[in-house]
Each structure stands twice: as structure tokens, then as C-alpha cells.
Write a protein that binds this ligand. Structure first.
Ligand code: PMP
Length: 390
């Protein structure tokens, strides 16, 4: 256990792999600008191109289809805003359809386009946390330019039916974007199988560093997005700015590791989550699972504890176990996660739910100790609130 406790918040970020950290440090120690025409520049350029191949391979793409960005936020913005602007004079389609549980970088980018003459439709999810495909299908008509549905959700951990979404969108002649920030490196992803035109990735969700991500742009996409940042025209003109060779090299190493270890990781993570929930049960902790269990990210759990304020729980545990809640209190008002709101869960369940996600480096001791710490904290809360006698 480190001084910040056991890290069980892999939906928020993952610990950097030591191999990725070492690639980052090595490349940062080299002075070359990848766009300079000398040997030092060539070394940085080579590091970026090696990483491009690794990231492409992770998702079954060609290296020329990978555009490095500062993260999934930027990739999502280029995909949505860039594509809408590029299509304005080529197509009369003016509707963007997203799910209700997309990341703010998708929802707000789509909403921003309403000021530019586009309509943003939001498809609901069921109580199981999965997109309601019937409702989605009813929204996808011949005015739809783009649909954007994530591969897996960052609050519930629930995997979304991207292939089905793509089939509906294709039939209507719309293009398809998938935010795979949570799924990249954790689930088998193949852009051909998924049949998407655009897909976003984030390095820090797959044991790489924060501050770097990628947008896959299919070579066959009918309209390429326009850039949303202007400058030196790097990354095929889609993302100007000096490419950060160190961050990108580390992302490439993380992608290669993920490809090699994904199946083994998934098995270990399943064992750890089962061990953790068995630990809770052995300690007689009563909890409820939120969302369907058969379609969730490996290592991910969203659970609610009866009569417990999740925020108080996470605060009590803050230096012992890092987990997060589906609700936050600001200015005395409790606001719950829009993802849990979209699942239409009762208020009591939303306020008592916590998001937990084990990572590749979690151990059996982490699973046992965190179950114990949770049961103790729950008991302290019960005693403090008078729900049980001491
Ligand atoms: N999409 C999803 C689903 C995410 O979980 C996140 C990160 N929380 C992002 C996009 C943004 O990624 P980044 O931090 O790389 O900008």
C-alpha cells in the first residue's frame, strides 16, 4: 500500500506502467523536435512513428489512420466539431445523435454545435446502463450526420452496443464516432469489426501518461474532420502543435503492453473483483450492484450500500482506499452523476453508490484490505449516525 492508499479508481486514471514511464523519461531526455530536419529530430520522429504503429495495431487500424492528440477530450472535439464543420457545405444533414451517458467532451461538443445550426438528439439508456437501441434507432433518420456512442462508460463501467449502433447508423447513411477512452487496452477493439469511422483513445486510461491520446480517422471516411486548432499543420493537418514525442512514445509502449496482456489482465481483474465482493460478503457488508454485470469493463464495479452516504464513505476512506462516488456535494446541494441520473436510479441508490475499478497492478492483498477498510468505514458511519448501537 502506498501513502495515498490502495488505488481502486481506474475509471479515473490508471497507474503508469513502468515500461511506459521509462520510455517517457528516455524520450524526454532527448532534445529533438520531431518536425526538425536533423538527426535529433529524426530520433523523435522515429519514436512517434513506432508508437503510431503500436496504437494502430491495438485497434486494428493502419498507422496512417492514427492522429495523436492531447487526450480523448481533444479527440472527441475534433471528431464531432471538426466533422460537423467539414460537412457543412458537403451535406444537408444537420443532426448529431449521442447517448445520454457520453463524456462531457462529447455531450458539450455536440451541444456547442447547436449554435452552428445543428440539432443534438440524446438517446436514453436503460436501468442496466446500456443504450436503449430502440429509442436510439427511432432518432436516427436521414438528417443524421453523425452518431457518437462510447465503447464503455466511465461511471458505470458498462460496455455499450457499438456494433449495433454502427449498423443502425450505416443503414441511415450516418457516420459513426466511438469514444473508446475507457475501453482502449481493456477490451478487444477492432475498428473494422465495430465498423466505426472515428474512435477516440486516451493513454492515461491504459497505463500510459495523461496528456496524450489519439483519434482514429478511417481512411474510408466519407468526410474527414476539419481541424479545430490551427497552426503548423502537424498530424496530417488535424492537430497542429509540436507533437510530444515522450508522451507519444510512452503511449505506444502502453498500447503494446495492453495488446500483449489484455486477456491475462481481464482474467486477473475478474478474480480480484470476485475476491473483493466475496470479502465484503464474508464481512457481512450488504451491498447492491448497479448496472448489468455480464457486460462491464474488467475490474469494474458500481455498488451501493444501504443507508450510506457515499460521499462520507469516500471521504473517510480517502487516504486508505481511493474510490469515487456517483454524487458530489457543492454549495450544500447534492448533485448526482448524470450517468446514474440517465439510468433513472432512485435517489437513495445514487447517493449511496461508489465506483470501484481494480487495475493491472492491484493485488489480492489490495482486494482483501480494501474490503476490510470499507466494512470498517461503513460500521463507523453507522455508529456515528446512530443507525446501530456501538
Ligand atoms: N471519454 C471518457 C469516456 C473518459 O472517461 C474520459 C476521461 N475521464 C475522457 C473521454 C477524456 O479523456 P482525457 O482525460 O484523455 O481527455
Amino acid at each position: 500500500m502506498s501513502s495515498t492508499g490502495i488505488f481502486l479508481d481506474a475509471h479515473a486514471t490508471t497507474p503508469i506502467a513502468k515500461e511506459a514511464l521509462s520510455a517517457l523519461v528516455t524520450q524526454l531526455g532527448q532534445p529533438g523536435n520531431p518536425h526538425s530536419p536533423h538527426a535529433a529530430g529524426a530520433v523523435a520522429h522515429e519514436a512517434i512513428e513506432t508508437a503510431r504503429k503500436a496504437v494502430a495495431e491495438l485497434i486494428g487500424a493502419a498507422p496512417g489512420e492514427i492522429v495523436f492528440t492531447s487526450g480523448a477530450t481533444e479527440a472527441n472535439n475534433i471528431a464531432i466539431i471538426g466533422l460537423a464543420r467539414a460537412s457543412r457545405h458537403k451535406s444537408s444533414r444537420r443532426t448529431i445523435v449521442t447517448s445520454a451517458i457520453e463524456h462531457p467532451s462529447v455531450l458539450e461538443a455536440s451541444e456547442a454545435l447547436t449554435k452552428e445550426g445543428f440539432t443534438h438528439l440524446i438517446a436514453p439508456v436503460g436501468e442496466d446502463g446500456r443504450l436503449d437501441l430502440d429509442a436510439f434507432g427511432n432518432m436516427v433518420g436521414d438528417d443524421v450526420l453523425l452518431v457518437s456512442v462510447m465503447a464503455a462508460n466511465n461511471v458505470s463501467g458498462i460496455i455499450q452496443p457499438v456494433q449495433e449502433v454502427a449498423a443502425i447508423a450505416r443503414a441511415a447513411g450516418a457516420m459513426i464516432h466511438c469514444d473508446a477512452a475507457q475501453a482502449g487496452g481493456r477490451l478487444a477493439l477492432d475498428v473494422f469489426d465495430l465498423d466505426v469511422d472515428l474512435l477516440s483513445l486516451s493513454a492515461h486510461k491504459m497505463y500510459g501518461p495523461p496528456g496524450v491520446g489519439a483519434l482514429y480517422v478511417s481512411a474510408a471516411i466519407p468526410t474527414r474532420p476539419d481541424p479545430i486548432v490551427f497552426g503548423g499543420g502537424q498530424e496530417q493537418g488535424l492537430r497542429s502543435g509540436t507533437a510530444p514525442a515522450g508522451l507519444i512514445a510512452a503511449f505506444g509502449v502502453a498500447a503494446r503492453l495492453a495488446l500483449a496482456q489484455r486477456e491475462e489482465d481481464a482474467l486477473r481483474l475478474a478474480t480480484l473483483t470476485n475476491r473483493f465482493t466475496a470479502g465484503l460478503e464474508a464481512l457481512q457488508v450488504r451491498y447492491r450492484r448497479i448496472g448489468t454485470d455480464d457486460r462491464r469493463l474488467p475490474g469494474s464495479l458500481n455498488i451501493a450500500f444501504d443507508n450510506c452516504d457515499a460521499q462520507e464513505l469516500t471521504e473517510r476512506l480517502s487516504t486508505i482506499v481511493a474510490i469515487s462516488t456517483g454524487s458530489a456535494c457543492s454549495s450544500g446541494q447534492i448533485s448526482t452523476s448524470p450517468v446514474l441520473d440517465a439510468m433513472r436510479l432512485p435517489q437513495s441508490l445514487k447517493r449511496s453508490s461508489v465506483r470501484i475499478c481494480f487495475n493491472r497492478y492491484s493485488t489480492e492483498a489490495d482486494a482483501d484490505n480494501s474490503a476490510l477498510a470499507l466494512s470498517r468505514a461503513l460500521r463507523e458511519i453507522e455508529v456515528a449516525t446512530g443507525s446501530i448501537a456501538q
